[in-house]
Design a binder for this molecule. Structure first.
Ligand code: ATP
Ligand code: MG
Length: 559
């Protein structure tokens, strides 16, 4: 029944469902749902929930609904609806039928509320928010009954209808469940079911001026859709009795089972749409899809593949214990995915001009380089070599000790897939900045070592005349601290060096045809992919997806 590989033991939710199927619960049917609120873009935490819900559906030959939990029109928008659909599809999942909306059920939800009222289990309350808090009591003190609690059924029905008909102002009256003001579980102290809110809804326009609260809308929508297992994060554990109470008291004949699992948190970033939306609004990032954002849109733009993200979600597992994952772990999954499939190329981020004085002017030699040194099947490409090439400024020093294996004045180095060159002269500008190296090449060293001496270093380069000029953006952790969500002022821990731009990078000419999403390894520099748009001056932009190795731990220790 389970098609999970034998090497992956089932997690606790899979075990529960396996047992349910053995017991023929729900006639062996499995239907899950992923219920995002369309108030922002999906982030990596949502990916965990998506992989879980759609993964369970696939494993048990069931289905998974995509349902927009759209009960808060003030914060929601169709832009987010569309972005969420795109991201779920991109991650590789297909939802049942069309996408669904809680707002599709506003009428049945209203009717369920009336069922509760008629059973004496809901009432209209006039307390204002402040008073209601006061009446609710505390963990050590029971709550007090609202004066509305004793209204007659008829009075409640009439008042609720008046709420619906717009006869009250926002916040003036609410509908509450009549449960237990002394319950040790505060969620059961007569929670609000409906509130008055005048806001144009992205799906239902101005049809409604009352909106159901999450705890009521969510379980009833689950029941209406025939969901069998309603998987949610741990903070809803205390809401489970309420989930069950609504289902049991509103006359539906379906009882989905709520099961909680731990949220994913990722170090050095935040997984909360509210906080992410603040970063966008305050201009800390360029948008929801800024490649530094932990959103699926940002990660896609940065070059993370859907397969790598799914692999990450699989590896972190599903448990009930806290799940603070190191960024380095996510990055290792990204690297693992790219190391086999990324084409190798050369790109110089901070170019330094090198003139090879004994190479004839106006000629080009085509050199051959493998697209992947460990995988011949990926083929080869030609790279032009000419009299002027660029190397990286970091790969030259006027003098350095023996450990420095790159180019030094009066020393040699090999150009990757090319010849050995010697630096004969260093040219500087008036400020003393090195602006050019005059070198010579040894024509007998293509693919072979010189016979009489050892040349240890190998550096990357590109031919100046043929190079593609591009902007390269190198990203780092968005926050300086592991747990930015714990900070009072999150702006104060934004890493000012989270984006470093190299505006005049010089890349192998073949990269002109690179498309967004295709991963490349710029040898010695990291994995990169082309951005979805060129920059303002019309240059192509390449984003660094991930460095070749994890260097953060070291930097962090250095402080
Ligand atoms: P946010 O605070 O980012 O808005 P949320 O839980 O309010 O998070 P929803 O749009 O309501 O966001 O979430 C849709 C689904 O994704 C829910 O079932 C929720 O439990 C799940 N989810 C959200 N964040 C995480 C996370 N960090 N880890 C695992 N699941 C998550
Ligand atoms: Mg939410």
């Amino acid at each position: 029944m389970s098609d999970t590989p034998a090497t992956t033991p089932s997690h606790f939710i899979q075990k529960i469902i396996e047992q349910d199927i053995l017991d023929n619960k729900n006639d062996g049917r499995v239907l899950t749902r992923f219920p995002p609120e369309p108030n922002g873009y999906l982030h990596i935490g949502h990916a965990k929930s998506i992989c879980l819900n759609f993964g369970i559906a696939a494993q048990f030959s069931g289905g998974c609904n995509l349902r927009f939990d759209d009960t808060n029109p003030a914060k929601e928008d169709v832009e987010f609806v569309e972005a969420i659909k795109k991201d779920v599809s991109w991650l590789g999942f297909e939802w049942q039928k069309q996408s669904l909306f809680t707002s599709n059920y506003f009428q049945p939800l209203y009717d369920f509320a009336c069922v509760l009222i008629k059973a004496g289990k809901a009432y209209v309350c006039d307390l204002q928010a402040e008073q209601m808090r006061e009446y609710r009591g505390t963990l050590t003190q029971p709550g007090k009954d609202s004066p509305g609690r004793d209204r007659t059924i008829d009075e409640n029905l009439a008042l609720f209808e008046a709420m619906k008909n717009g006869e009250f102002g926002d916040g003036e009256r609410v509908l509450r469940a009549r449960i237990d003001m002394a319950s040790p579980n505060i969620n059961l102290r007569d929670p609000v079911i409906y509130r008055v809110k005048r806001a144009t809804h992205h799906q239902t326009g101005d049809q409604w001026c009352i909106y159901p609260m999450y705890d009521f809308a969510h379980c009833m929508s689950d029941a209406l859709e025939g969901i069998t297992h309603s998987l949610c994060t741990l903070e809803f554990e205390d809401h489970r009795p309420l989930y069950n109470w609504f289902i049991e008291n509103s006359g539906v004949d379906c009882h989905p089972q709520q099961i909680e699992f731990s949220r994913l948190s990722l170090e050095h970033t935040v997984v909360s749409k509210r906080v992410l939306s603040g970063l966008v609004e305050n201009g800390h990032v360029s948008g929801w899809d800024d490649p530094r954002m932990p959103t699926l849109a940002g990660m896609r733009r940065r070059g993370y593949s859907a397969a790598a993200i799914r692999d990450f979600c699989q590896k972190i597992g599903v448990t009930k214990s806290d799940n603070m994952v190191e960024m380095a772990f996510l990055e290792s999954c990204i690297r693992e995915d790219l190391q086999d499939r990324a084409l190798r190329v050369m790109g110089v981020l901070s170019p330094l001009k090198v003139t090879i004085e004994n190479f004839p002017e106006g000629t080009t030699e085509d050199l051959i380089a493998p697209n992947h040194p460990q995988d011949e099947s990926m083929g080869t490409r030609t790279i032009p070599f000419s009299r002027t090439v660029y190397i990286d400024q970091d790969d030259f020093r006027e003098s350095a000790n023996k450990k420095y294996k790159r180019l030094k004045a009066d020393n040699e180095v090999r150009l990757r897939y090319g010849y050995v060159i010697r630096c004969n002269e260093v040219i500087k500008d008036e400020q003393g900045e090195i602006i050019e190296l005059r070198c010579s090449y040894d024509p007998d060293t293509l693919g072979v070592n010189p016979v009489d001496r050892k040349v240890k270093g190998v550096i990357h380069w590109v031919s100046a005349e043929h190079a593609l000029e591009a902007e390269v953006r190198v990203y780092d952790r968005l926050f300086n601290v592991a747990n930015p969500a714990a900070e009072e002022d999150i702006s104060s821990v934004v890493n000012p060096e989270s984006l470093i731009s190299f505006p005049n990078a010089q890349l192998e000419p073949g990269l002109l045809n690179a498309v967004a999403g295709q991963g490349y390894q710029f040898e010695r520099e990291g994995y990169f992919c082309r951005d979805i748009t060129d920059n303002d001056s019309g240059k192509p932009v390449f984003n660094r997806t991930v460095a070749l190795r994890d260097s953060w731990a070291k930097i962090e220790k250095k402080g």
